[in-house]
Design a protein around this ligand. Structure first.
Ligand code: SF4
Length: 144
């Protein structure tokens, strides 16, 4: 993927696992390795939601993670965007209609960017991050 424009801010992401099978986590880890090197654009994972611009969520939101997800979302400063990685978080995926689901994610908190796939490839995740950055810039410019 070619990034053709320069962004006016570095994007820091906080990853939240709402009950995934860890397949999406492996792809997120692959996306931040030197092969793709998103840190050259200032994109990196941070250890606390209080420092994050984007919330990267995997998994379908199981019952015990709903309150934690709401708390993490509330802890993030504005402006913020939410990126849902993987089919589970978008629709429930293979866990659709399970007894223990509170999701999908957009039934718990608002989602700005969807990255489909089970799991999505690193290129798709990085594309989603670029979309999240564009959305952040639109929010800063007064839009939504
Ligand atoms: S979308 Fe697929 S790979 Fe990702 S957490 Fe769900 S089942 Fe696992």
């Amino acid at each position: 993927m070619k990034l053709t424009r320069s962004f006016n801010r570095s994007l820091w992401a906080f990853h939240f696992n709402s009950g995934s099978c860890n397949g999406c986590e492996i792809e997120i880890v692959a996306a931040i390795t030197p092969r793709y090197d998103p840190e050259r654009f200032g994109i990196k994972l941070v250890g606390t939601p209080r420092h994050a611009d984007v919330l990267v969520i995997t998994g379908p939101v199981v019952k015990k993670m709903k309150d934690r997800l709401l708390r993490v979302y509330a802890q993030m400063p504005e402006p913020k965007v939410v990126m849902c990685v993987g089919t589970c978080g978008i629709s429930g995926g293979v866990f659709y209609d399970s007894y223990n689901l509170e999701g999908p994610v957009d039934e718990v908190i608002p989602v700005d960017v969807y990255v489909p796939g089970c799991p999505p490839r690193p290129e798709a995740i990085i594309h989603g991050v670029v979309k999240a950055l564009e959305k952040l810039e639109r929010i800063q410019g007064g839009g939504r």
